[in-house]
Design a protein around this ligand. Structure first.
Ligand SMILES: [Zn+2]
Length: 387
C-alpha cells in the first residue's frame, strides 16, 4: 500500500515546499508537487501541519521507563518505540559509565535490539564513558570511571565493532589522545565528554581524532582564571573551533535560551546536534518531587520538568523529547527548518545513517507531522504509522 502525505509544508533538503510525499513500504518514493492518488492509496491530509524528517537522537540513555544499561534487548526496543511516538524515529542508545560486565551486556543488548526492532530504528551504540574525568563526572557514577592508559577497554571496542558509532571520552586523561586515534581509525566518532581539558588540550585532542563535544556546557570545563591570566576550556573551544560539532541538550532546562542563542550564533545550523540525554524516565509520565533510583545506583529527583541529583547541585539528565527541543530552539529564534536540521539531518550524518535525516526519494519513510504549536501530531517510522 502507498501512503500519500499532503501537508501544508514539507521540509526537504531543498527548503520548505508545498507538495506531497509518497511512501511505499519502508521508503519514500518521492516528493511531488502534483500527484493524483489512486483509489488504493491512503491519503493523509494535513493542510495546517509541517512534515519533517523523523528526529534522530544520538545521545539517549533510555525512555518509557526502560534503560539502555539494563542489558536487556527488549528494554532497548521498548525505549526506541517510546521515543518514536514523540517523533524520534531513530535512536543511538547510549550507555552510562558502569562496570565493564554491565557495559558489555548493554552493547550486546543494543546489537540484538537493532536487528529485531520494528516501527523505530536503532543506529548502533554510543558509549558515553567510561573514560571520563572525575572532576566533571556530573551524573556519571564516579566509581565506574576509568583512565584509558590503565584500563583494558579493548573488549568494549570489539564487542560490536561495526555498530559502535560514537564514544565519549575525556582526552586529557592519560591515554586519552591515543584513544582518540584508535576510535578515529575505527571510524568511530570520538567526542570530548565530561572533560576538564583546557582549550589548548582540546586543540591537541582534535589533532588526535576528536571531532565532537558531548552536551556542550554540561560537564565541560569553562573559562578559568589563574592569577591574572584567563584559561579557556572545553566550552570556549566547542564554540570557537569549526573542527568541532557540538551536542546540545535543548530541553529548556539544562541551558537557558540565551546560551542556545549563543551556541547557534557560533556554530550555525550545520554543526549542532540537538540531543535529549534522556534517561529511562524520558518519554514517560513522572510525578513532580519524586526520587527515582536509576540502574547505575544514582538517585534522581524529578523537579521542575527535569531530573536532578538529589543534592540539586547537578542535573541528572533530561526527560524532554527531541520535538520539545526543536520547539525550544524555535522559541530561541532559530528558523524551524534549521532547528529540524539540528534534530534530524545533522545527527543522522554524525551517525553515518545515510537513509535518515531528510525527506527525499529513496530515504527511509521516517516522517513527523508537527502541528502549529510544533507538537508531533502524527509519526511514521520505517513506513509504519506509530502515532
Ligand atoms: Zn548522557
Amino acid at each position: 500500500m502507498r501512503f500519500v502525505i499532503r501537508a501544508g509544508k514539507v521540509l526537504t533538503p531543498k527548503g520548505c515546499t508545498k507538495g506531497q510525499v509518497i511512501v511505499e513500504g519502508q521508503r519514500i518514493l518521492g516528493v511531488e508537487e502534483h500527484y493524483d492518488p489512486s483509489s488504493q492509496d491512503q491519503v493523509i491530509f494535513a493542510p495546517d501541519d509541517t512534515l519533517c524528517p523523523g528526529f534522530v537522537d544520538v545521545h539517549v540513555h533510555g525512555g518509557g521507563g526502560f534503560s539502555v544499561n539494563s542489558g536487556n534487548s527488549d528494554d532497548v526496543i521498548a525505549m526506541a518505540k517510546a521515543h518514536a511516538v514523540y517523533g524520534t524515529t531513530s535512536v543511538l542508545p547510549t550507555t552510562l559509565a558502569a562496570p565493564m560486565e554491565q557495559l558489555l551486556s548493554a552493547v550486546n543488548a543494543v546489537r540484538d535490539a537493532a536487528g529485531r526492532v520494528k516501527g523505530a530504528s536503532i543506529l548502533g551504540v554510543h558509549l558515553e564513558g567510561p573514560c571520563l574525568n572525575p572532576l566533571q563526572s556530573g551524573a556519571q557514577a564516579p566509581g565506574s570511571l576509568l583512565v584509558p592508559a590503565e584500563a583494558d577497554i579493548a573488549p568494549l571496542l570489539d564487542a560490536w565493532p561495526e555498530g559502535l558509532v560514537m564514544m565519549g571520552a575525556a582526552p586529557e586523561l592519560a591515554g586519552g589522545l591515543s584513544l582518540g586515534e584508535t576510535l578515529c581509525k575505527r571510524g568511530v566518532v570520538a567526542s570530548i565528554a565530561h572533560s576538564d581539558a583546557t582549550y589548548y588540550q582540546v586543540q591537541e585532542a582534535i589533532r588526535h581524532g576528536y571531532s565532537n563535544v558531548t552536551h556542550l556546557y554540561s560537564s565541560c570545563s569553562g573559562l578559568k582564571r589563574v592569577n591574572s591570566y584567563r584559561i579557556p576550556g572545553v566550552i570556549e573551544a566547542g564554540l570557537n573551533l569549526d573542527e568541532l560539532t557540538v551536542q546540545v541538550i535543548a530541553d529548556g532546562k539544562h541551558l537557558p535560551k540565551e546560551l542556545l542563542q549563543l551556541i547557534y550564533r557560533c556554530k550555525g545550523a550545520d554543526r549542532i546536534q540537538l540531543i535529549t540525554d534522556g534517561l529511562e524516565f524520558s518519554a514517560s509520565s513522572l510525578t513532580e518531587g519524586t526520587v527515582y533510583r536509576q540502574l547505575n545506583g544514582m538517585d534522581a529527583l524529578y523537579e521542575d520538568g527535569v531530573m536532578k541529583l538529589t543534592d540539586r547541585q547537578s542535573f541528572a539528565g533530561s526527560v524532554a523529547t527531541l520535538s520539545r527541543c526543536v520547539k525550544n530552539m524555535v522559541e530561541a529564534g532559530v528558523p524551524l527548518p534549521e532547528a529540524v536540521r539540528m534534530a534530524s539531518t545533522n545527527p543522522a550524518r554524525l551517525a553515518g545513517a545515510k537513509r535518515k535525516g531528510a525527506i527525499a526519494s529513496g530515504m527511509d519513510a521516517d516522517l513527523v507531522l508537527l502541528d502549529k504549536s510544533l507538537a508531533p501530531r502524527w509519526v511514521m517510522a520505517m513506513g509504519e504509522i506509530v502515532k
